[in-house]
Design a protein around this ligand. Sequence first.
Ligand code: ZN
Length: 137
Amino acid sequence: MGLFQMKSKNTKPELKIRSYLFSKGLRFKIHDNSLPGTPDIVLPRFKMIININGCFWHQHGCSNCKTPNNQRDYWYEKFNEIKKKDIENKSKLEKLGWTVIDLWECAIMNDKSFNNVLKVLFFKIEPQENNIKYIYA
Ligand SMILES: [Zn+2]
């Protein structure tokens, strides 16, 4: 695979989100290959999936996304492939009844925007939590 690994696991942003969920007492599975696209984080109780997208591979459009100058066609093709897969997997998961949340590497790794990331997460998680009276520390 050379310099870059296609879908890297256990990346820094992934670990940051996982340790946060863990600190809240939320149970999750990681890299569940029984689901389309092997989602990064699965919260079965909330029927919720969190994908932590690397900005480069998933072409976030932020400053981390510069296409390398060499072999541009190759890169465009790769990026398109990944984008297509992302869309396919997301729609498969949603058809199976999962809520899919996409989080971005750059937002997680920046301390200021990380707070917003957490707000987005809990905006999704909390309403359900009240329903099922799930208590976390
Ligand atoms: Zn980004």
